[in-house]
Every structure is written in C-alpha cells, then in structure tokens.
Design a protein around this ligand. Structure first.
Ligand code: PMP
Length: 361
C-alpha cells in the first residue's frame, strides 16, 4: 500500500510515473542498459534531455527570451548563483524576507554582492506578506528577490510586486503549480524535489538579456550563460532527475498544466483549512487568511504533547511527514502536485476524529 505522503520534500511523486520508470529501469529503450548507465552523449539520453527542456518551457509558458537551465545543486546553489550572475559593484539587491527561505536566500547571496532586506516580516512572526507599497527599494537595485511560497511558514505570495525592478523568484515549493508573471521576472528558480522530480537539481529560467552580465572571475559552472550555451549538457547532467521530471511534466500537461494544478492545490488546501477553521480553536493556523499557503498547511494543536500524539497516530494510519519543521514545531501537511485528493480527505477525516477525541473544553 502507498503511504499518504505529506512530506515537505522530497515527497510524493505520481505512482504511474514511478511504475513507468520501474518498467524501463533495467533496459531503457532497448539499449540493454538502464538510463542511468547510458552516456549523456548518447542519442537516447539526448532525446530525453531535449524533451524535458522543451516540456519545462511549455508547461511554464516561458517566453522565447528566457533560457531554461537544469543545474545540479538545488535551490541553495541558486541563492549564490543569482547574486554571482546578476550583481556587480555598482548594484545591490533587495530581498523580501518573508520567512526562513527568504532569509536564507539573502544570507547566501551576501558574500557575493551587496544585499539588503527590502521588507522583513520577522516582527509579525512571518505571518504576512508585504503590500507592494511597503517594500523599500534602494535606487541602485538590480533585482528584488521574492519567495513565492515559504515552505516552513506555510505562507504564499499571492501577487508578485511590480515595482519597476526585475524580480528574481525562488519558487521551489509551488513550482509549476501556479502561473508565472514572466514580464516581472529576470530569473525564476526552484529545486525540483517537491512538485517535479527526485532531488538533484534546480530548474532555472533566465531572461536572455541577463546572461551577459556576470563577473569575469567565475568558473564555467557558476555562469548561467555557460549552462545556456551548452543546453545544460556542458558536463554530466543529473540524468535521472531530468528523465523522471520529463515524465512528470508530460503528466502535468495531460491533466491541464499549471492552471489545473493551481486549482487542484487550492482545493486540496481548502479542505484542510476548512477543518482547521471549523475546529473551534483545536487546530490553529498562524498565517493571515489571504496569504495561506496552498502547498504547505501548517497548524498547531493545544499542546506540544498533543501534537506529538497527533503525528504518531497519523503515522500509524499511513499518513507520514506531518511533523512541522524543526525550527518552528507544530504540524505541517505538504500537498504537492502528485498528492491525491484522497490522501487529503483521509487526513481531514483523521483531524476531525482526533479533535473530537482529544478536546478538553
Ligand atoms: N527554497 C525553498 C522555498 C525551499 O522550500 C527549499 C527546500 N525546502 C529551498 C529553497 C532549498 O532547496 P534545496 O534543498 O533544493 O537546496
């Protein structure tokens, strides 16, 4: 039996894709080899690679003046690469610090360029997102960095700010599960291990005009332009995540693409928020209503002991990954693209039943 996997990443992937991969794992396309044993220069792999690149562009509806790059190292490497590629000594970069990941993005860019917090939600416990007029941009800003969904805090940026400065977006935890306002962005990036593939790389979309800017002192791997010129084949790419992602993207296309996934995410999250809001205070979500995440639903119970029991009993019923991030505690249900509604309904029923059994007032 498959677990109901509410893990925050790595996380659940579509069963049909896993089965397809299993079926062709030992002998890929009649080669007598597994895909992971093939040369990355073989025609069989190159076809897989090109298909994944083309689907990643198509599903995201990325315009022609954006390059699509597959880069090992996850989103964390991008925290630094963005600054390395876009910042010079004349410019600085503003960061919307909307939670742990926004903070990490700024911290990791810091050694490579001048960065500053253009907005910081720490005083409000990272429970809100800024209105555009609250964001304080300095004049020499090359970009404003935003995090579309804070995976730990369970908070999402609903509208991307249009302040006349290009945005750079970390979209790791709602990647391709929401439309992207391309006009506003110079770079969009995310680790693939939530909605798209096994861990091992980031997909990075870069506006072509931004490729000519990097500092002269960067090795090839650190330059977006090099990944673009080589179609992400300048070195041995993370072949297995790329191959599996191609299958997930094909499936995403078949079910209606980004719009359909955005709708499904909102519906799945809505089921859990309804349980939380209808629980007469047994479950509490600390996030301002309008910016509640559609991907990571965070909630507290009346006491930490109850939270521990909740997680333990849920696990015993096959619902795993519900413990909140170690930095904030509480509970968190992550509802990535491949998580079926039936898993969400199972959790909702368990939450209702657990509350009625453990209510003390
Ligand atoms: N940004 C966000 C929003 C994330 O959720 C994560 C990982 N959970 C990261 C960045 C870091 O990504 P990676 O582990 O791929 O480096």
């Amino acid at each position: 039996m498959r677990a109901h996997n509410f893990g925050a990443g790595p996380c659940t992937l579509p069963l049909s894709v896993l089965e397809e991969v299993q079926a062709e794992f030992v002998d890929f396309a009649g080669t007598g080899m597994s895909l992971i044993e093939l040369s990355h220069r073989s025609p069989e792999y190159e076809a897989v690679h090109e298909e994944a690149l083309s689907l990643a562009r198509e599903i995201a509806a990325a315009p022609d003046d954006f390059e699509v790059l597959f880069i090992q190292g996850g989103a964390t490497l991008q925290f630094a690469m963005v600054a390395l590629n876009l910042l010079d000594s004349q410019h600085e970069a503003g960061y919307v610090v909307s939670g742990s990941w926004g903070a990490r993005a700024m911290e990791d860019a810091g050694p490579h360029g001048r960065v500053y917090a253009a907005w910081d939600g720490a005083d409000a416990g990272y429970s809100t997102m800024p209105d555009p007029d609250e964001i304080r941009l300095r004049p020499a800003s090359r970009y404003l960095h935003v995090t579309s969904n804070e995976t730990i805090g369970g908070i999402r940026m609903v509208h991307f700010p249009d302040l006349g400065v290009p945005l750079v977006g970390d979209m790791s935890s709602d990647y391709l599960a929401r439309p992207i306002a391309w006009d506003l962005f110079d770079v969009v990036y995310g680790g693939v291990q939530k909605n798209l593939a096994p861990a091992g790389m980031a997909v990075v979309y870069v506006r072509r005009a931004a490729l000519s800017e990097p500092r002269a002192d960067l090795g090839s791997f650190l330059r977006y332009a090099w990944h673009a010129e080589t179609r992400s084949l300048g070195h041995t790419p993370p072949m297995f995540p790329i191959y599996l992602m191609g299958k997930v993207l094909a499936m995403m296309k078949a079910v209606g693409g980004v719009e359909a996934l955005a709708k499904a995410s909102a519906e799945k999250a809505g089921v859990l928020y309804d349980v939380i809001d209808g629980s007469e205070g047994f479950y509490r979500n600390p996030v301002a209503l309008e910016v509640r995440s559609h991907m990571n639903v965070v909630f507290r119970l009346p006491a930490p002991e109850l939270e521990a029991r909740f997680v333990k009993e849920a696990t015993a019923q096959g619902m795993i990954g519900l413990k909140g991030h170690r930095s904030v505690g509480g509970c968190r249900a992550s509802l990535y693209a491949a998580l079926p509604m039936s898993s969400v309904e199972a959790l909702a029923a368990f939450m209702v039943e657990f509350a009625s059994r453990n209510r003390t007032d």
